[in-house]
Design a protein around this ligand. Structure first.
Ligand SMILES: Nc1ncnc2c1ncn2[C@@H]1O[C@H](COP(=O)(O)OP(=O)(O)OP(=O)(O)O)[C@@H](O)[C@H]1O
Ligand SMILES: [Mg+2]
Length: 396
């Protein structure tokens, strides 16, 4: 079996390639216009590399050569083939970038079969055992952090998206944010992303069987992390099961150092499935009696179910002095200490409505940004080591 990755080709060409005997094909970016060599190399799973990358006619030449050079440098065993009619000068430039061959989109089937045969002979799949779930990030090195709350509208998505932006500063291209609010997820809108693929595709059999395919379902955010966006239709994932979610998150944790999960309010099956694989929970509440009491019940239930991760951050969001409750009242009701207090700030909603979360602009002194930094310090374990006493990172 020859593993073939086709970048930026039209549907007709992809259809021709997919019927070549003994070929396992993944195609990316038929409609894509922004081609970053870094992003392409990043989606390659070192444990199940393609034998051949076809640089299709829709990838602008400069980008194609950039991708070829980057891929060749990192994975010299992969055959790189440029599709299209090119001049002799371009051919020389392409060969210098590591391109092995050039073919025309209208070449004969025999030509493509020969190209595949050569790629298989010395491609990485022949050198390594291709294993879909093989880890490129050792599982103990990856952390899955799940953001939950019993009530809706308390700021889970705001926190998850801003934390992802902050984490990308220290772990560029190594963080994935998963929108597990399967019915009404709004991570894509909050980040102003227009995903070509969504969660719906990620639960398909192809993605479940192959990390490379799964990575093609992710959308890159300009600040340097990846997002698995929610499906357009609330009904799209209604039959998704806990084990499927389990599998998806475990697969992602083999590919990224941090898997950050935004969830729907309450303890639905997706959230429980995520908590089964979570290393850390971020519990979010607002400062009103109903929300605080629900958190208490949620903590009790999760503890009974054995689903309360050891690492825990309790976050009070939308904090203001008018709420009538004090932080110590909240702690008394819930029975656990509050770790971070995030103040109410009118700039948060404004920024989210423009698809530009506040962390993007990193305004120093903005209380919300300071609070997210405090949470990041906890999550990244860079907070000053506490002695035995619990210390709240209070920023309100
Ligand atoms: N600290 C804050 N200050 C002001 N507004 C905030 C703050 N945090 C969140 N918001 C606003 O509150 C609203 C709800 O936030 P968000 O969508 O993040 O909540 P959620 O818990 O994800 O909701 P849902 O359960 O519906 O998914 C949004 O309009 C958001 O901009
Ligand atoms: Mg939300």
């Amino acid at each position: 079996m020859t593993r073939l990755l086709v970048l930026g080709a039209d549907e007709a060409f992809i259809a021709r390639m997919s019927v070549l005997p003994g070929t396992q094909l993944v195609a990316i970016g038929t409609e894509r216009t922004d081609w970053s060599a870094f992003d392409v190399v990043r989606i390659l799973d070192p444990q199940s590399l393609p034998d051949l990358i076809l640089l299709g006619a829709r990838v602008p030449l400069t980008n194609a050569l950039g991708i070829a050079a980057a891929a060749h440098l990192q994975y010299p065993l992969i055959d790189l083939v440029l599709v299209g009619e090119h001049s002799a000068d371009t051919a020389v430039e392409a060969m210098r970038a590591g391109v092995r061959d050039m073919v025309s989109a209208s070449s004969s089937e025999a030509c493509f079969v020969e190209m595949m045969r050569r790629a298989e002979m010395h491609g990485p799949a022949s050198a390594t055992v291709a294993s879909p779930a093989a880890a490129s990030v050792p599982s103990e090195a990856s952390r899955t952090i799940v953001v939950v709350s019993p009530k809706g509208g308390v700021g889970k998505t705001s926190i998850a998206t801003n934390v992802a932006i902050g984490m990308a500063e220290t772990m560029p291209h190594d963080v994935v944010l998963v929108d597990l609010d399967l019915q009404f997820g709004d991570v894509a809108a909050t980040l102003d992303l227009a995903p070509a693929r969504t969660m719906e595709d990620a639960f398909g059999p192809d993605a479940a069987a192959d990390n490379l395919v799964l990575k093609t379902m992710l959308t890159a955010h300009s600040s340097g992390f990846f997002v698995l966006c929610g499906a357009d239709s609330p009904a799209a994932n209604e039959n998704v099961t806990g084990p499927q979610i389990h599998r998806l998150l475990e697969q992602l944790s083999t590919q990224f150092s941090c898997v950050l999960v935004d969830t729907a309010a309450g303890l639905g099956e997706p959230t429980l499935a995520a908590l089964e694989v979570a290393d850390e929970i971020v519990l979010v509440s607002t400062m009103d009696v109903a929300s605080v009491r629900s958190v208490r019940r949620e903590v009790d239930l999760l503890t009974q179910l054995g689903l309360m991760p050891v690492e825990r951050s309790f976050v009070l969001n939308l904090a203001d002095r008018q709420s009538g409750m004090k932080v110590k009242d909240v702690e008394a009701v819930v029975g656990i200490p509050v770790d971070v207090v995030i103040p109410r700030s009118s700039a948060v909603q404004l920024a989210a409505n423009h698809g530009q979360p506040l962390m993007l602009h990193k305004k120093r002194g903005e209380p919300f940004v300071k609070a997210i930094r405090a949470l990041l310090a906890r999550l990244e374990r860079t907070a000053p080591a506490a002695d035995n006493k619990h210390r709240r990172l209070e920023v309100a």
